[in-house]
Design a binder for this molecule. Structure first.
Ligand code: HEM
Length: 485
């Protein structure tokens, strides 16, 4: 009725009124032009955003240039936005630099929500599921055994294991995608890893994000941006070479993700029905997505695990004893996980304390909506602070302490509130891969080794970490003592 009786100009006025940012959304004062840039460039942003939640509540806004960001700091609010209202918040922000690193928005992780993106994600999800059921267990097992051998070869010397963890995680992905794995010394692997890491860290730098919020800066010389462009070119050359080599050699054998995708290009069964052409850029960017999403995350988690158990040696002994009691000398299978509750509780506790993608990936409201009763206009950027949600004192007793027991029966930990992989339409695409990796890698490592501090004089690893896109532990050294004495 009001549609017909209300004069047109009044309808327009009310619409405008409703689509302006909610005036009552709390947040720190913002400066003209800069907005809250000073907050957003703070060291260890997840900790800073969590501290702001204590002052402004679990939902507040920050401004960056003309963009409004809404920060969500509890799992209830994150679930409301990402899961309950998934279709309102499934977008990704458009950005100048995001387009450059994502092949014009054609990656799964940075591509905006559209029919093309949905079809692309469905194709990749299907291909990943096929790989997971056919070969993933064997692939991870092989890498876990290889990692154990690498550690045994160190013969109890003091070492930094971070590169070995990266190689193990990266080999799982390169085997799934190209059917290939590498040694730590491989020049090919080193080139690719260095280049991908550079892109992630450069893209996370304030010198680059400033270009998205303040277009005028794009006219000024910016050496960090020039480096980013160079690394993106290098990445595309390296990945392109891999795909071309793969097409020439292995393609007909099938069984890998890339062969599955190339097959989809030739005989686009499901994809054609959804009117989606899987272009070479899609195949290329999928490889980038899986390599970036699947390497540093898993490697960082293994590094955190060793760092935490150096602080609490009795935890690793419990995991070891549980395996001996349940499995004897046999190595674990993923299907054993329900019989190894302490190991699973320890993994969950590490994921809670150090969600390796602490701020997930920013979402964008694709239409006007609301969160916790606050009006959220279309195009608002939503930042799910997973780190904050995992330290919410309303949900977690003693949230900052490492207590795997909280995830045991009647331990008080809430699996529902644990959301390290995000949720909804943008749920981590590699969740199933990551869970199997975390279980098998950790089980093998703690079955085969006792981890000891490098020396009595050296301090134990710093557990605060360094937060960029991935939350990593600062470099530390350790001794891996074989349990087979
Ligand atoms: C996205 C966490 C491992 C591939 C994400 C997101 C999180 C996450 C929080 C963002 C979700 C959102 O936007 O709301 C993790 C954690 C991992 C892990 C904690 C390991 C411990 C992996 C692995 C792969 C992977 C192994 C690949 C095999 C991706 C991709 C996306 C993504 C492609 C983008 C999904 C999209 O935008 O639709 N991950 N991840 N991740 N992850 Fe993971």
């Amino acid at each position: 009725k009001p549609e017909t009786t209300f004069p047109k100009f009044l309808q327009f006025f009310f619409k405008r009124l409703h689509s302006s940012p909610s005036p009552s959304l709390p947040g720190p004062p913002s400066f003209p032009f800069l907005g809250n840039m000073l907050d957003l460039t703070r060291d260890h942003l997840p900790i800073h955003l969590t501290a702001l939640a204590q002052r402004y509540g679990n939902i507040y806004r920050l401004k960056c240039g003309s963009t409004t960001m809404v920060i969500l700091n509890s799992s209830e609010l994150i679930r409301e936005a990402l899961i309950k209202k998934w279709s309102d918040f499934a977008g990704r922000p458009h950005s100048y630099t995001g387009d450059i690193v994502s092949g014009g928005g054609r990656s799964i992780s940075l591509g905006d929500y559209s029919e093309e993106w949905k079809a692309h994600r469905r194709v990749i999800h299907g291909a990943l599921q096929r790989c997971t059921s056919d070969s993933l267990h064997t692939v991870i097992e092989r890498q876990a055994r290889r990692l154990s051998q690498v550690l045994r070869d160190y013969k109890e010397t003091t070492v930094d294991l971070s590169e070995d963890f990266t190689v193990a995680a990266s080999n799982v992905i390169t085997t799934l995608t190209f059917g290939k794995s590498y040694d730590k010394s491989s020049e090919e692997l080193q080139k690719l890893q260095t280049c991908l890491n550079e892109i992630v860290s450069l893209w996370g730098s304030p010198w680059i994000s400033a270009l998205d919020s303040f277009p005028l800066l794009r006219k000024l010389p910016n050496p960090t941006f020039s480096r980013l462009l160079k690394e993106v070119d290098r990445r595309d050359e390296l990945i392109g070479k891999h795909i071309e080599e793969f097409k020439k050699s292995d393609c007909e054998e099938g069984g890998t993700l890339t062969s599955s995708l190339l097959q989809c290009q030739e005989t686009p069964q499901g994809a054609a029905k959804q009117q989606m052409t899987l272009t070479d850029t899609h195949v290329h960017m999928t490889t980038v997505d899986l390599l970036i999403g699947g390497t540093e995350t898993t490697a960082a988690l293994l590094n955190w695990t060793v760092a935490f158990i150096l602080h609490r040696p009795e935890v690793q002994n419990k995991v070891y004893e549980e395996q001996r009691a349940v499995l004897g000398v046999r190595y674990p299978q993923y299907s054993d996980r329900h019989r190894l509750p302490y190991l699973c509780a320890m993994i969950n506790e590490i994921l809670r304390l150090r969600p390796v993608a602490p701020l997930a990936v920013p979402h964008r409201a694709v239409r006007n909506s609301s969160i916790a009763g606050y009006f959220i206009p279309k195009n608002t950027i939503i930042i799910p602070n997973l780190f904050g949600a995992h330290h919410d004192p309303e949900v977690w007793k003693d949230p900052y302490s490492f207590r795997p027991e909280r995830f045991l029966k009647d331990g008080g930990g809430s699996i529902r509130a644990l959301i390290p992989f995000g949720g909804g339409a943008r749920l981590c695409l590699g969740e199933a891969v990551a869970k199997m990796e975390m279980f098998l890698f950790t089980a093998y490592l703690l079955r085969d080794f006792q981890f000891l501090p490098a020396s009595k004089e050296e301090p134990l690893p710093d557990l605060r970490g360094v937060a960029s896109v991935v939350l990593k532990v600062k470099p530390y050294t350790v001794i891996a003592r074989s349990r087979e004495q």
